[in-house]
Design a protein around this ligand. Structure first.
Ligand SMILES: [Zn+2]
Ligand SMILES: [Zn+2]
Length: 261
């Protein structure tokens, strides 16, 4: 089966923590036969010069005559920041935002789930529970796509079977907010993100999905899309798998119309 998804939305560039320029990424997207490329650098990486970020993306798009969607990947925002981000999305004309949970507040501090130094804290029941309980915070009008929702496995343990109630709550909230959940292929050689157990719930609740490579380097723009699409073909046929650009744009437009602020 050939790769059929016409776009890759979750990608990082040199403007953030990626390695390649926006132009390099576009050229690679063209080479891979994509119709659309999304650029979604981390908010923390580009926030200090948003104008530069936006201009660079838009200029590259014009120069190379390619369909590019302007996005950002944003961490679980505080309520005050959420309001600011709604305004920012509208004022700067962002096409999409990806919501993600990389850092979780626990006790007095915030911990990155991949923090190797604090493994004992991260693997504690309290922290694991906090991750799953925080996840529904990503359910809102702001985020069109929810990224790697079981990233907590970077802590080195798997607790999804212990927190089924929390996970169900999160998934239902994403569904209610008409959000897309990504199937992240970045670690898919070793690990499925989300796991098959969670993916089965996604099928059941009928949450729309897309494949994301989370590429930080140009040659990974469609990393393992083909393999994962093949592996999941049975499940995908029962899901709302958004694979065409027109379908994606319609979905984003629909979200904008009902979740407009
Ligand atoms: Zn991420
Ligand atoms: Zn990312």
């Amino acid at each position: 089966m050939k790769q059929i998804q016409e776009f890759s939305l979750h990608t990082h560039t040199k403007l953030g923590d990626g390695y390649d320029t926006v132009e390099d990424m576009i050229i690679e997207a063209q080479k891979n036969g994509l119709k659309t490329l999304g650029i979604s650098d981390h908010f923390w990486a580009v926030r200090h010069d948003l104008q530069k970020y936006i201009k660079t993306v838009r200029r590259a798009q014009e120069k190379l005559k390619f369909h590019v969607l302007l996005g950002m990947e944003i961490d679980n925002p505080t309520p005050e920041r959420l309001e600011m981000l709604y305004k920012l999305k509208r004022d700067y004309g962002f096409d999409f935002f990806i919501g993600a949970l990389h850092d979780v507040p626990y006790g007095e501090k915030k911990y990155y789930v991949g923090d190797k130094e604090n493994k004992d804290v991260l693997q504690s029941q309290g922290f694991q529970q906090m991750y799953w309980q925080t996840l529904p915070n990503l359910a809102n009008d702001l985020f069109d796509i929810v990224a790697h929702l079981d990233l907590v496995k970077l802590t080195g343990i798997k607790t999804e079977t212990l927190y089924e109630k929390e996970i169900n709550n999160a998934l239902k909230a994403f569904k209610l907010n008409n959000q897309i959940v990504e199937i992240n292929t970045k670690h898919s050689k070793i690990e499925n993100e989300p796991s098959d157990t969670i993916l089965e719930k996604i099928v059941e609740i009928k949450i729309p999905v897309v494949f994301s490579s989370d590429a930080h380097i140009k040659n990974q723009i469609v990393y393992r899309f083909e393999e994962e699409q093949q592996r999941l073909s049975g499940m995908l046929s029962k899901m709302r798998y958004i694979s065409k650009t027109t379908e994606l744009l319609d979905f984003l437009k629909f979200r904008n119309s009902i979740h407009n602020r």
